[in-house]
Design a binder for this molecule. Structure first.
Ligand code: F6R
Length: 236
């Protein structure tokens, strides 16, 4: 794993953004998996600014949303869908055909997971997976447990996830999570993990210990051969 210690959030976002642009310039038909939340926002802002001067770079980019709060209206301002629409899909003008996303309130969540998995089978594997880490070590909504799930699935949200700032801003509490699974993430060709903020100090110490455990799902990233972990100085 390539660990990049960054002075601050801006440096972290800038370095990760530059690495994505290098790949996009080389292979414009990338499938990028995008987490929501605070950690990647600075990267997405930079991609949007890049679009303003070089829209060609994004003309074949496809996006897959990593996860979603289940049982809420996707139009809620704090849904993952609203976040991705506002920060990526609309500013980068990604058409429906190049956007894969869980519906936040499907009639059958199981069927929705099968639909997303079939999209990955046809359009994957993911080229670049942009991740944050939860305070409990989750990636996506792959929550700490006795065992982890490889493919898209319904997740029982851990208390730490239900404490996320996005939830606090939601009109109601989601009844479950919808998320890509561990194999979907680990089959990505390249993974970018951003760790930022003083509240991540405890989880980062566990992560950096390199002990692989289902109780720290992010620890499985140590098994992948192309992960860059950007760490801002507040998290150390
Ligand atoms: C969100 C997601 C979560 C977050 C994690 C960190 O789509 O997949 O796993 O990446 O909870 O959230 P932030 O970045 O807000 O600290």
């Amino acid at each position: 794993m390539n660990l990049k210690y960054c002075a601050d959030y801006n440096e972290m976002s800038q370095s990760a953004y530059e690495s994505i642009i290098i790949d996009l310039k080389e292979h414009p038909s990338q499938l990028i998996c995008t987490a929501t939340g605070n950690s990647p926002t600075g990267i997405y802002e930079r991609l949007t600014r890049h679009f303003d001067k070089d829209p060609e770079c994004f003309k074949n980019l496809s996006i897959i949303k990593l996860d979603e709060w289940g049982g809420i209206d996707s139009k809620e301002p704090s849904s993952c869908e609203s976040y991705i629409q506002e920060k990526l899909v609309q500013p980068l003008r990604i058409p429906r055909a190049r956007y894969i996303a869980f519906d936040s309130n499907p009639v059958s969540p199981e069927e929705e997971c099968r639909r997303i998995q079939s999209e990955i089978e046809h359009k994957g594997p993911i080229d670049i997976c942009v991740l944050g880490i939860g305070q409990n070590g989750h990636i996506g909504f792959n929550e700490p447990a006795d065992s982890l799930i490889p493919y898209s699935h319904l997740a029982k949200l851990a208390p730490e996830s239900l404490n996320h700032q996005m939830i606090n801003e939601l009109g109601g509490e989601p009844s479950y999570g919808l998320t890509l699974g561990m194999a979907d993430i680990l089959q990505s060709k390249k993974i970018i993990l951003c760790i930022t903020g003083a509240h991540k100090k405890e989880v980062i110490q566990k992560f950096l210990s390199k002990k692989i455990s289902t109780w720290l799902p992010a620890s499985f990233l140590w098994l992948h051969s192309n992960v860059t972990c950007y760490i801002d100085s507040k998290a150390i």
